[in-house]
Design a protein. Structure first.
Ligand SMILES: [Zn+2]
Length: 114
């Protein structure tokens, strides 16, 4: 003899399904927010690293040119491994670093150094 199924055994109700979808939506939104924060931190770290690479190239240029600083940051490109690919912000590759020819400091308007 076949047992009769109650309404609860037939599957999920619409309310239960909506609650599961809502919980999944909340978890996905939390995951995206966490990803965006981690992505911004990684781009900032890459930009600071690029600034340091450029300043090291400026120092190397200075050492090989009797203490003279390069007139432009591009003049230090030969001292950067692989050329001048590091002269840009890691977040926006159309944004050139700001170079102070008087001090040799390199900075980014998006990511100033602490
Ligand atoms: Zn930057």
């Amino acid at each position: 003899m076949r047992a009769r199924h109650s309404r609860h055994d037939a599957g999920f109700t619409l309310t239960e399904l909506m609650i599961v979808v809502l919980i999944l939506a909340i978890l996905v939104s939390i995951a995206f927010a966490t990803y965006n924060v981690a992505d911004a931190r990684a781009r900032r770290a890459a930009c600071l690293s690029n600034q340091r690479i450029c300043e090291d190239a400026v120092l190397t240029y200075q050492l090989e040119h009797d203490g003279d600083l390069p007139a432009a940051l591009a003049d230090a490109d030969p001292y950067i491994h692989g050329g001048g690919g590091h002269r840009f912000c890691a977040e926006d590759d159309t944004l050139d670093f700001v170079y102070d020819a008087a001090t040799g400091h390199v900075s980014c308007t998006n990511h100033p150094r602490p």
